[in-house]
Design a protein around this ligand. Structure first.
Ligand SMILES: [Zn+2]
Length: 277
């Protein structure tokens, strides 16, 4: 059966000396893998037709016996060229496509996820005023929503009175620790979460797109600045732990990505100065 679809390139892996295995996200067939034979040969019809973060018009023969389909034609329709010139935003995009490849399954309708990833990659490529970290957090909250894995922020009137700011969140049960709402397992993984982080989480979930610019995000983060907690950092840390726990993805990929996106000057020059004799 031949299938025509739009597809976002998630992964390109070498396969033999001249061929590629390409993983795509498609709206109607979810994650699919195609073999591109002779992709690296000088006269290959596929040269320059796909690359990471592209959206392409793809024509492939569906093969069900080994799950690897045969590519017939591929024409790029969104190259997201600015990502080739900005390594920070490319790193953010790489994290998003890697996460998506890890958590999606094949042959499942994925139109909402396809739209979400399209929007996030477009923002990284074409909206330089939006902080890439913000795009990541926005994508992650919406991804959890689509996967049906939302944390439950219900509070208990006895255990979580409004004047208590730091609440203990249980990762396995996906909710705040409480003796009345759920049975706790001894030794279960928990983290403490500032009460206001849940508001930021909810606000991000509701947003159709991340804010128009850094300012709005910065404003949001500092709105409750009477408290020393950095809410955005708190949300990022929470999302990292929640996603690692529930989606079974390695935490190092995310950690390194955020380290690369951190633009605050390092302490290194000062340290070097101090180490002078
Ligand atoms: Zn309770």
């Amino acid at each position: 059966m031949i299938i025509q679809t739009q597809a976002i390139t998630l992964q390109i892996r070498p396969w033999s000396r001249t061929s590629h295995m390409v993983t795509w996200l498609t709206p109607d067939h979810g994650k699919i893998v195609t073999a591109v034979k002779g992709a690296c040969r000088p006269k290959s019809a596929f040269l320059g037709q796909y690359d990471l973060f592209y959206t392409c018009d793809l024509l492939f023969y569906r093969r069900d016996h080994d799950g690897v389909h045969a590519i017939r034609e591929c024409v790029p329709n969104a190259l997201r060229e600015p990502l080739r010139h900005d390594w920070r935003r490319a790193a953010a995009a790489a994290y998003l496509v890697d996460l998506t490849a890890r958590v999606t399954v094949g042959h499942q309708e994925s139109a909402p996820l396809f739209r979400l990833l399209t929007q996030a990659l477009d923002l990284l490529a074409n909206a330089p005023q939006v902080d890439p970290r913000e795009v990541i957090l926005w994508y992650e909250t919406h991804l959890l929503q689509q996967l049906g894995l939302m944390p439950d922020f219900t509070t208990c009137p006895h255990c979580h009175p409004p004047d208590r700011f730091w609440l203990r969140f249980s990762l396995p049960s996906g909710r705040f620790l409480c003796q009345h709402l759920a049975q706790n397992q001894p030794g279960e993984a928990t983290l403490s979460l500032h009460r206001d982080v849940q508001d930021l989480f909810r606000a991000l979930c509701k947003r159709v797109r991340p804010s128009a610019g850094e300012q709005e995000f910065a404003d949001f983060a500092s709105k409750k600045n009477h408290h020393p907690a950095n809410l955005v950092l708190g949300l990022s840390r929470f999302l990292g732990m929640f996603i690692t726990f529930h989606l079974d993805v390695p935490s190092a990929v995310r950690r390194v990505t955020f380290e690369m996106l951190d633009t605050t000057p390092t302490q290194k020059p000062a340290l070097l100065e101090n180490s002078k004799p």
